[in-house]
Design a protein around this ligand. Structure first.
Ligand code: BTN
Length: 255
């Protein structure tokens, strides 16, 4: 992985590459303690021993995936705290955009933080706010590129995929990463500027739209027909008691 080229081509001001690490998000959260750290800063790893997903979820990966976290300073983008909850969807739009340029497979966004390729999960996004140095955000991305799910644990084989599995081709990971980082800068600026093209994109990329979805909000399980994703990032469900909007939760069932 050519980090010098990557820094030259993108807004990154610092980067590091690990052959193996527990979690790039954990490392990035640790780095955030350093007020002098030049940001945006990339933490990239070939393998993770404790990759994390939302909640208690683990992130499984094998050689050939792109596993990375980017520390950004929200102030650099004039991104108010009220818009931080939309950074995950924005990043999803970014990755969909890049995947759409390199793959002919159907790319979509599964609210709130997954990307699907041909109806299977190809990418997960985990955005975290460090408890120190407020104002920084850690954007973690796990993208299945040249790793194959043919050798994955059986429970993943039918629900997850990689770019390689869907096309049979091998991808240049440096190029892909560079494109994601460049597009992310563009999209974070769009988010800060309230650019309506961004919610338009997450609405049109929503794979749950018109499907019956059961959402576990941790207080209740709500079932309804998905009306898409609202401009503020909420999941819209048409339920027996009318339209309801949700800002968090886990989609348990899709019919
Ligand atoms: C999810 O599916 O819930 C999100 C998965 C996010 C995985 C990525 S891999 C790189 C970064 N480091 C982590 O520990 N998690 C994210």
């Amino acid at each position: 992985m050519d980090l010098t080229r990557l820094q030259a081509e993108t807004f990154l001001r610092g980067s590091e590459h690990h052959a193996e690490i527990n979690s790039t998000n954990d490392r990035a959260l640790d780095l955030c303690r350093d007020a002098e750290l030049p940001v945006p800063h990339l933490v990239l790893a070939d393998q993770q021993t404790s990759g994390r997903g939302r909640g208690a979820n683990r992130w499984w990966s094998s050689d050939g995936a792109l596993l990375f976290s980017i520390i950004v300073d929200a102030a650099e983008f004039a991104l108010p705290e009220s818009r931080w909850p939309q950074v995950s969807l924005t990043t999803g739009v970014t990755v969909c955009e890049v995947l759409g340029n390199v793959s002919s497979a159907a790319v979509g966004l599964k609210w709130p933080n997954d990307i699907w390729l041909n109806d299977r999960k190809v990418c997960g996004i985990l955005v975290e706010v460090p408890p120190v140095q407020r104002g920084r955000l850690v954007i973690g991305i796990g993208l299945n590129v040249n790793n194959s799910f043919a050798t994955a644990p059986p429970e993943l084989q039918t629900i997850a995929t990689s770019l390689g599995d869907e096309s049979g081709a091998e991808f240049d990971r440096t190029k892909l990463l560079s494109e994601i980082v460049r597009q992310l800068e563009v999209d974070l600026r769009r988010l800060a500027a309230n650019d309506p093209s961004l919610p338009d994109r997450w609405q049109s990329l929503c794979v749950l739209r018109d499907r019956t979805v059961s959402l576990d909000t941790s207080q209740q399980v709500v079932t309804g027909r998905c009306l898409g994703i609202a401009d503020d990032g909420a999941l819209r469900l048409q339920t027996d008691s009318g339209e309801q909007r949700f800002y968090g939760g886990v989609v348990r069932r899709i019919a």
